[in-house]
Design a protein around this ligand. Structure first.
Ligand SMILES: Nc1nc2c(ncn2[C@@H]2O[C@H](COP(=O)(O)OP(=O)(O)OP(=O)(O)O)[C@@H](O)[C@H]2O)c(=O)[nH]1
Ligand SMILES: [Mg+2]
Length: 306
C-alpha cells in the first residue's frame, strides 16, 4: 500500500488548549500544559503514525499582542507554522470568558482567520472545552459567528480533557492526507530532543506553581543531562538546570521560604522525568537573574527560543 501523510498546524489564542489537544491526540505528553497563557513558546511537532498514514501536528504558541522580543518570536513561530502545511486547526474555547459578540471575534482570532483566508488554507474549527459548557445549545451562536467569518472544512466541538469528540476530529484530519513518504519513523512521537523535553518539564512545574508576571519571565537552561549507573548498578539520569528569571524579587519567590519552593519544583520535576525515562532521576536546580532577557535576542537564542 502507498504511504500517505499530512502536516497540520494547530493555532489559536493563548490558553485555549492547543497543547492539551495535541497531547490527547498523540496519547502522550509532548507539549507542556498550564493554566497560564503563553505556556508554549516554540513550534513543537507531534507525530501520529497509524499503518501507512502519518499525521504530523505542529503545536504553536498562543497568538497574542507582542510586548517584547520573545513575544515577537513566538508570533513568528505561529506564522511559520502556517507555511507548507496541508491544513490548519483553529482552536477556540466553548466557554468564552468575555461576553461573546458574534460580530466581533477576539482580535487575535480574527487575525488568524484573515491569515487562513489570505493563504487560501484549508481549516477546521475546533471548539474546545465543551466539558465546561452547561448548555450545549450555547454552541450554536459560537458556530454561527465563526462560520460566518470563515469557510471551515468542518466544525468539531470537543474536549481535550475528556477526549470527547477527538475521534471525529481525527476522521476530518485524515482527509487532508496525500500520497507521500513518511517524514518521521513510525515510533517517533516528536521532533523535540530529550534535553528540551526535560527543560520544559521543569518550566511546566514553575508555571503551575508561580503567579502573576513571575512565570512569564522564566527560562530553564539545562546544564547537565547525563545517564549513568549508580554504585549499585542502577541506571540514573542526572539533571542540573539553572532557572533564569528577570528580577531579584522573582529569584526570592522561586527559591521560596527556606528554599521550599525550589525543593517542591525539583521534586515534582523529578517525578515527571522518572516517569518519562522509566529510570531514577536526580534533579538539581539553581536560580539566576538575567535582567530583561526577553528583549535580548542573544539570550533568547541561548535558551533555544528563536
Ligand atoms: N476543562 C477543560 N480544560 C481544558 C481543556 N483543554 C485544555 N484545558 C485547560 O486549559 C489550560 C490551557 O491548556 P493548554 O493546552 O496549555 O493551552 P494552549 O492553548 O496550549 O496554551 P498556550 O501554549 O499558552 O497558547 C490548561 O489549564 C488545560 O488543562 C478541556 O477540554 N477542558
Ligand atoms: Mg500550548
Amino acid at each position: 500500500m502507498k504511504q500517505t501523510s499530512a502536516f497540520i498546524t494547530i493555532i489559536g489564542r493563548p490558553n485555549v488548549g492547543k497543547s492539551s489537544l495535541m497531547n490527547r491526540i498523540l496519547g502522550q505528553k509532548v507539549a507542556i500544559v498550564s493554566d497560564k497563557p503563553q505556556t508554549t513558546r516554540t513550534k513543537i511537532m507531534g507525530v501520529k503514525t497509524e499503518g501507512e498514514n502519518q499525521i504530523v501536528f505542529i503545536d504553536t504558541p498562543g497568538f497574542h499582542k507582542a510586548r517584547n522580543e520573545l513575544d515577537k518570536n513566538m508570533n513568528r513561530a505561529v506564522n511559520d507554522g502556517l507555511c507548507d502545511v496541508d491544513a490548519a486547526v483553529l482552536v477556540v474555547e466553548a466557554n468564552q470568558k468575555f461576553k461573546f459578540d458574534g460580530d466581533n471575534l477576539p482580535p487575535a482570532e480574527q487575525k488568524l482567520i484573515d491569515e487562513i483566508k489570505k493563504r487560501k488554507m484549508k481549516a477546521v474549527l475546533v471548539i474546545n472545552k465543551i466539558d465546561l459548557l452547561p448548555e450545549k445549545d450555547e454552541l450554536l451562536s459560537l458556530i454561527m459567528a465563526y462560520t460566518k467569518a470563515c469557510d471551515f472544512e468542518a466544525v468539531i466541538p470537543l474536549s481535550a480533557r475528556t477526549g470527547d469528540g477527538i475521534d471525529l476530529l481525527m476522521t476530518e484530519i485524515k482527509k487532508f492526507s496525500k500520497p507521500s513518504p513518511h517524514f518521521f519513523d513510525a515510533d517517533d512521537v516528536t521532533d523535540q530532543p530529550e534535553k528540551v523535553i526535560v527543560a520544559e518539564m521543569i518550566r511546566e512545574k514553575l508555571l503551575r506553581s508561580l503567579d502573576k508576571e513571575v512565570p512569564h519571565g522564566i527560562a530553564v537552561d539545562l546544564e547537565r543531562f547525563v545517564e549513568r549507573d549508580t554504585a549499585e548498578g542502577e541506571p540514573i539520569v542526572e539533571i542540573e538546570a539553572t532557572i533564569i528569571c528577570e528580577k531579584d524579587s522573582h529569584k526570592g519567590i522561586i527559591i521560596g521560604k527556606g528554599g521550599a519552593m525550589l525543593k517542591k519544583i525539583g521534586m515534582q520535576s523529578r517525578r515527571d522525568i522518572e516517569e518519562f525515562f522509566g529510570i531514577k532521576a536526580s534533579v538539581k536546580l539553581w536560580v539566576k537573574v538575567k535582567e530583561d532577557w526577553r528583549n535580548r535576542q542573544g539570550l533568547i537564542h541561548t535558551f533555544g527560543l528563536d
